[in-house]
Design a protein around this ligand. Structure first.
Ligand code: BES
Ligand code: MN
Ligand code: ZN
Length: 509
């Protein structure tokens, strides 16, 4: 397995386009623009751009592509691809990230060995440069990891990002931002690789081994707790879910403890690590069940974000906790009606064994606090209900206090992981009432993702806590110009960037 930084770094220049030393130049093009919008470009194409715009062969609609040769021999690049940028939008960062990813996919298919991406438009150059590097890097992910027959997928070109006439200090800032974006997106791709891995190769033990390698190679301190340690800690929820499987559970603990960091705050990241979710005794229908191999995407996001946090040297202490198990209907599996006791001491009546994610996260959230976490974020493919509510492009965001949730929302949206806040009114808690135990693990169909989040809240110990439900966003069911079908790596960049924002956590928990 590639541990990463095998990828070459992305070059960055500020020079006239004619001087950009590359084979193929990608230029974003807005819908409203005339042929002379970019100095010298139309002439270099021998008038092809003006012709295509006039005939409406190309109009600049988002992700539309138009290829032309560079006929001007004084230019270094030999080919040109315009990529439609649509009409100007508010969120330039996300547009640029997606354009760069779409350009990356298209350039790979054109088998270019060297390519340039031209940064255009208003906005903070460093921010846009980082988003561009992220998009280009995301386009390097290969979904067909186990294909033997087909020719190998086209490799990635050596990239140059071209800034149009920027002063040296901006160029320096852009270069740093590009390195940062490259690294963050590489970590996203590592998480995608893990989520793409099927249940038979990525058992809880193998997941722990690989996540540990990814994090430790980045300088993170890693500890893997086995089933005996998990039992000693009293994690009855995690052990309960694991009972139905012949694969033993694992608990991954990641620590980023930079020398000189303040004692607090301590960010605690908790990720759901179900390596396959059959539903257990409350078994899922066969149709589409194969998708449940990615039920560890939240855990992968935490492990890979920890790598980024360490490599980028976040200034605060960060703890990552990933409980990992299969959810299987074995002969010793938990049954509806069973009572489990959590490490935090609370008892749970299991109504539906398919609501297993909240169980293992309950023990995970408790353990993160035991290790000193003061601010909590969990990430999980938790509920089908969040897909009904928000669809496939937006993750559900829950938590308390509102300032913490609002902060996470800003960080996530900036990082390109779109989220939307959902309410946690106390009334919904009625749905988790149990006659026999402290609460049940399901609240029925209404507000399914809210009751799931309220269950988690019981384990957040009153600390600032946010929960990101990525059930709809972890896996792309349809290919987009900027994203193939398959794992998306959602939340990796959000969690990593969050570790650099503690200066803004000035609210009362
Ligand atoms: N892993 C699933 C949630 C899920 C559903 C992820 C669809 C991705 C796509 C989770 O463990 C689950 O089974 N949730 C149940 C909860 C229910 C039994 C209360 C669900 O959403 O149906
Ligand atoms: Mn389930
Ligand atoms: Zn699940």
């Amino acid at each position: 397995m590639s541990l990463t930084t095998t990828a070459a770094s992305i070059n960055c220049v500020s020079s006239p386009l004619s001087a950009v030393d590359t084979d193929l130049l990608v230029v974003p093009w807005f819908e409203s623009e005339g042929p002379s919008a970019v100095d010298g470009l139309d002439a270099a194409s021998g008038g092809e751009i003006a012709r295509a715009l006039a005939s409406k062969e190309f109009s600049g609609k988002t992700f539309e592509l138009f290829a032309a040769s560079v006929t001007d021999r004084s230019w270094r690049a030999r080919r040109l691809v315009l990529i439609g940028a649509g009409s100007p939008v508010d969120d330039r960062g996300e547009l640029v990230r997606q354009l760069a990813a779409a350009a990356g996919i298209s350039v790979r298919n054109r088998r270019a060995e060297r390519a340039g991406f031209v940064l255009r438009g208003r906005g903070d150059v460093a921010e846009l440069a980082q988003a561009t590097a992220e998009g280009l890097t995301l386009s390097e992910f290969n979904v067909g990891m186990y294909k033997t027959g087909d020719p190998a997928p086209p490799g990635a070109p050596a990239w140059t990002i071209a800034l149009l006439q920027q002063p040296p200090d901006i160029l320096t800032r852009a270069r740093a931002a590009i390195d940062r974006g490259r690294l963050l997106a590489e970590c996203s791709n590592l998480a995608r690789e893990l989520a793409n891995e099927p249940g038979n190769t990525l058992t809880p033990r193998e997941f722990a081994r690989r996540a540990a390698a990814i994090a430790a190679d980045g300088g993170v301190t890693v500890e893997i707790l086995d089933e005996d340690r998990i039992a000693q800690l009293g994690m009855g929820l995690l052990l309960g879910v694991a009972r139905g499987s012949s694969e033993p559970p694992r608990l991954m603990v990641f620590r980023h403890d930079p020398p000189g960091a303040p004692a607090g705050p301590v960010l605690g990241l908790v990720g759901k690590g179900i390596t396959f979710d059959t539903g257990g005794i409350s078994i899922k229908p066969a149709d589409g069940m194969e998708r449940m191999k990615d039920d560890m995407a939240g855990g992968a996001a935490v492990a890979c974000a920890m790598r980024a946090i360490s490599l980028l040297q976040a200034p605060i202490r960060v703890i990552g906790v990933v409980p990992a198990t299969e959810n299987m209907p074995g002969g010793r599996a938990i049954k509806p009606g069973d009572i489990l006791k959590s490490a935090a001491g609370k008892t749970v009546e299991v109504i539906n064994t398919d609501a297993e994610g909240r169980l293992i996260l309950g023990d995970g959230l408790w353990y993160a606090q035991q290790l000193g976490a003061t601010h909590l974020v969990d990430v999980a493919t938790l509920t089908g209900a969040v897909v009904v509510a928000l669809g496939k492009s937006t993750s559900g965001l829950f938590g308390t206090p509102p300032e913490w949730v609002e902060h996470i929302r800003r960080v996530a949206n900036r990082a390109g992981d779109r989220v939307w806040p959902m309410p946690l009114f106390d009334d919904y808690k009625e749905q988790l009432k149990s006659e026999i135990a402290d609460f049940t693990n399901t609240g029925g169909r209404p507000a399914g993702s809210i009751t799931a989040a309220l269950f988690l809240k019981e384990f957040a110990g009153g600390r600032p806590w946010a929960h990101i439900d990525i059930a709809g966003t972890a896996w792309a069911e349809e290919a987009k110009p900027f994203m193939p079908k398959g794992p998306t790596g959602v939340a990796v960049r959000t969690l990593a960037e969050l570790a650099f924002t503690s200066g803004e956590w000035n609210f009362r928990g």
